[in-house]
Design a binder for this molecule. Structure first.
Ligand SMILES: [Mn+2]
Length: 430
């Protein structure tokens, strides 16, 4: 029995105030879509089955290199974090899994599993951390981890990743995401080739420890914390890693980890074509790894990424099942509200991509009709699919307006009274 933190009556009362308008909007949209031979019920059913994982580190307030300003009622530990993740799932019905970060969330797996079960939550990919030093570790990661020049440091990093796999296996997770901050700040500081050889050898050891039904995701990032060179800097290097390690290794695309103006949707298409798209860390950015809310800055880019995903789905690409995860840092908003809004934006991009007339698009492409080809995408993108998203939430027991219902529930005020303000600390942004 699921033990949600917000009473069903609160959601029902909030939905009651919005149900009439939704019904009217849903009917109007259904009629509009039917003129394009699209059945709105088919789209609602697909949207309802589209899920994205919430990062455990995302429910606390983040920070920048300069400061962190705590929010009210921040989670004190992983059990509080799971409570907050449960609220996000309760209201959106789009986020039934949580992605953990070790060692930040390290605790008895039985207790973790029992708490998650009580909230109706499962676990998505595990995330290791060799980009900062834990209090009790023997060797520092100041000069790298899996690619470190010292064997003992590399071994410690390998063992940490294997520990993450073991913990994840006890929780029902099926994947490990590895992101390292390894790199250099000065020309000459590091030998590019030797560092990458050491990284590959370390990853091969981790790969060997994977259970049969697990996947290993490597996440690239152009720069930060290393500012001259990063060992896993771009999708090309990431592809080489996945290709070298074997079939269980795939690439993870974090939308904020590329050079400005990079054509991310094209990278997605390439990785799909060669069977190496493992999944996503969704977020948005203006300049770099800003970790802003998904769809908040460049919603059209998010749509174009989903256009590639739906295209692959439409073509029936074999073994295509990318992991969908959010990776954001919330500095000026309530993290629960941001994560709910982000989950909805991700579903919105998916729903809009489902509306693309793929037969017409292909014909325009073959006819070299650039204008009509791009208009075909725009036509889907311009469609306001909010009634579809809201109806999917409502039918699943969620809120028509998650942020509105959340504010009316008083959850934040309730936990703020229980959880003392957390001072300082870093945001934990990867
Ligand atoms: Mn990430």
């Amino acid at each position: 029995m699921t033990d949600f933190n917000i009473s069903a009556e609160v959601i029902a009362a909030d939905n009651d105030t919005r149900a009439k308008a939704l019904k009217s909007d849903y009917t109007a949209l259904g009629e509009k879509l039917s003129r394009s031979n699209i059945d709105i019920e088919t789209i609602v059913a697909k949207v309802a089955e589209f899920y994205v994982a919430v990062p455990s580190w995302g429910v606390g307030t983040g920070g920048t290199r300069f400061a962190r300003f705590p929010g009210a009622g921040e989670p004190r530990h992983i059990f509080d974090k799971l409570d907050d993740c449960g609220v996000i799932q309760q209201l959106t019905r789009a986020t039934p899994t949580v992605s953990l970060h070790i060692p930040w969330d390290k605790t008895d797996p039985k207790e973790l599993k029992a708490k998650a079960d009580s909230l109706g939550l499962g676990f998505d990919a595990m995330n290791s951390n060799t980009f900062s030093d834990a209090a009790d570790q023997a060797h520092s990661y100041k000069y790298g981890s899996l690619s470190h020049v010292n064997t003992a440091t590399r071994q410690q990093a390998i063992e940490h990743n294997i520990e993450c796999i073991e913990l994840g296996a006890a929780l029902g997770s099926k994947a490990l995401t590895v992101w390292v901050g390894d790199g250099s700040n000065f020309p000459g500081q590091s030998n590019f080739t030797r560092a990458f050889e050491r990284y590959l050898a370390s990853m091969a050891e981790i790969y060997k420890a994977l259970p049969e039904d697990w996947r290993l995701f490597s996440e690239h990032k152009m720069y930060e914390p290393a500012f001259y060179s990063s060992v896993v800097q771009d999708w090309g290097t990431n592809y080489l890693i996945a290709q070298t390690l074997g079939p269980k290794a795939q690439c993870l695309v974090d939308l904020g980890h590329h050079a400005p103006n990079t054509n991310i949707e094209m990278i997605v298409a390439r990785l799909i074509q060669f069977g190496k798209l493992g999944g996503f860390h969704f977020n948005d950015s203006k300049y770099g790894d800003d970790d802003l809310d998904a769809g908040s800055v460049e919603p059209y880019r998010l749509f174009l990424v989903f256009n590639e995903l739906v295209d692959a789905e439409h073509r029936g690409v074999k073994g295509f099942h990318p992991a969908h995860m959010i990776d954001q840092s919330h500095n000026v908003t309530d993290p629960i509200e941001s994560l709910m809004a982000s989950a909805n934006e991700i579903r919105r991009a998916y729903a809009q991509a489902l509306l693309v007339d793929r037969a017409a698009l292909e014909q325009y492409q073959n006819d070299n009709d650039a204008l009509m080809a791009t208009e075909t995408l725009k036509r889907a993108y311009r469609t306001d699919v909010e009634p579809i998203l809201a109806e999917a939430r409502r039918r699943a027991g969620g809120a028509i307006d998650p942020v509105g219902a959340f504010r009316n529930s008083g959850y934040r005020q309730k936990v703020a009274a229980l959880r003392p303000a957390v001072k300082g600390g870093s945001g934990g942004i990867v």
